[in-house]
Design a protein around this ligand. Structure first.
Ligand SMILES: [Mg+2]
Length: 164
């Protein structure tokens, strides 16, 4: 099962709002590239909980940039991003590098000042790893998923069992 190593996250945190922002700041992280569906809200809702909103606000008030990145439709993601005062890159085709490269270029970022956060090993984490970006895996908020995700969740469970 060694070939699964490409999906191993750097870190596992149960939910996004439990990611320690002080730690990231100490590590000179300036930018959080954060997934939306099942990381910030469930895929059938645009509601981001107050805890998650506060976490984003805290990051922003500490001078960090929070960028939302999603494979979902641009219109859905923009609606959520606007309410959170975040820049957004929808229809990102994670894990492919294109959108990550675009973000690095747009904001003149070096790779070591970025952390990618998301709930899917085969898009969020693999995408970050392909780009050699730091990454944090958060547990998916909802078990009810679209069909593709249902399939990849099975593989994810295997990978996490292997890693932990
Ligand atoms: Mg997701």
């Amino acid at each position: 099962m060694g070939y699964m190593k490409k999906y191993y996250p750097d870190e596992v945190i149960d939910r996004v709002e439990n990611i320690n922002l002080e730690d990231l700041k100490k590590k000179n992280i300036t930018t959080l590239i954060c997934d939306v569906d099942n990381t910030l809200c469930t895929h059938d809702s645009c509601n981001v909980s107050q805890n998650k909103k506060n976490w984003i606000l805290q990051a922003q008030s500490m001078g960090m940039r929070v960028i939302l990145i999603s494979n979902n439709h641009v219109s859905r993601i923009e609606k959520i991003a606007t309410s959170l005062n975040c820049a957004t890159f929808g229809f990102a085709l994670k894990p492919f590098p294109h959108t990550y490269r675009k973000i690095l270029k747009t904001y003149h970022l070096s790779k070591d000042e970025v952390v990618c956060i998301g709930d899917q090993l085969m898009t969020d984490i693999w995408g970050a790893r392909l780009m050699r970006l730091k990454n944090i895996y958060v547990k998916p908020m909802s078990e009810s998923d679209i069909i593709y995700t249902k399939f990849s969740r099975k593989i994810e469970k295997k990978i996490m069992k292997e890693k932990l």
